[in-house]
Ligand binder design. Sequence first.
Ligand SMILES: *Cc1c(COP(=O)(O)O)cnc(C)c1O
Length: 372
Amino acid sequence: MTRHFNFCAGPAALPTAVLERARDELLDYHGRGLSVMEMSHRAPEYVAIAEKAEADLRELLAIPANYRVLFTQGGATQQFAAVPYNLLGQGGSANFVHTGIWAQKAIKEARHLFGGVHLAASSEANRHTAVPRPEEIALSADAAYLHYTANETIGGLEFDYIPGSEGGGPRRPDGSEVPLVCDMSSSILCGPLDVSKFGVIYAGAQKNIGPAGLVVVIVRDDLLDRARADMPTLFGYKALSEAGSMINTPATYSWYLAGLVFEWLKEEVGGLEAMGEINARKASKLYAAIDGSDLYSNPISVANRSRMNVPFVLADDRLDKAFLEEAEAIGLLNLKGHRSVGGMRASLYNAVPEVAVDTLIDFMADFEQRHG
Ligand SMILES: *Cc1c(COP(=O)(O)O)cnc(C)c1O
């Protein structure tokens, strides 16, 4: 059996050690004679799995006690609707920072459901190659919250700061504070994070947490009472929290695997400080290889280059096909860029080992020698 190096943007690579453990436990979980997949979500052994996953995530991210952690479904895309439903119940408008395709989708959904949204800042003018600076973010007088996308998975653009964090949360023109909401789907757990700066953090699991089908939401408990009355039950942060994320059947197996990933991060990697150092090394050597070549380039301003998703183009796009075929032939998978932008993209999530990046860099240099 060979496990290739997988640079897929999502669903993404999982740690081999996690998959081995899942394999070992697949048919008979801890001598119970059944698979985790076949357990009732109300069974004590499953509840223990679910609670341990939450406890480990809380420990990894040092999540303060006044935050609830939800394990829900519907993808990050469902949160594009769930966030405004949960936070616009007392009126006001959703404020957004527009930085690319994912931010745009969140904006579109809020506008579709509730009409007026306020664009507090946008990087459209620089074609999303640099995020707006903090002083460029201007909230509306009626802002109920500010939403931003920490890492644009397709564009490869990442915030190098937390909006509003200088003087607490983001502020309306009159100086009053509003909650900060963040789509962290492709960057959660990539390094240390100060959760206390946020009102709501949400992340689809299939990038840095586990398999698809699960979304983690971290919400400050004073925000649980701002929901609209016409909200679908399953969107509700308060109801989910009160039911231990089990209003209905949760994504039990994905939740279990996410728990194994949290354990791996704690015990094998040594926590998010250590993970952040590895990720910084992986990304900086790949960007250095791109910048040092005549064939490859990346347009993003250096301070906002994503640690997790590295898009690059070849100077001659007629070489794209050969690049992808040759890469795949030596076990470097899923380097094709998103269908909307073309070119290449190497996603370097936590489970992509440093040796994968080293192998990619060697291949890129060799390819340039032969074709450049
Ligand atoms: C992948 C992704 C999404 C969408 O996730 P789904 O689970 O497919 O809904 C949203 N935002 C960002 C930043 C993403 O990377």
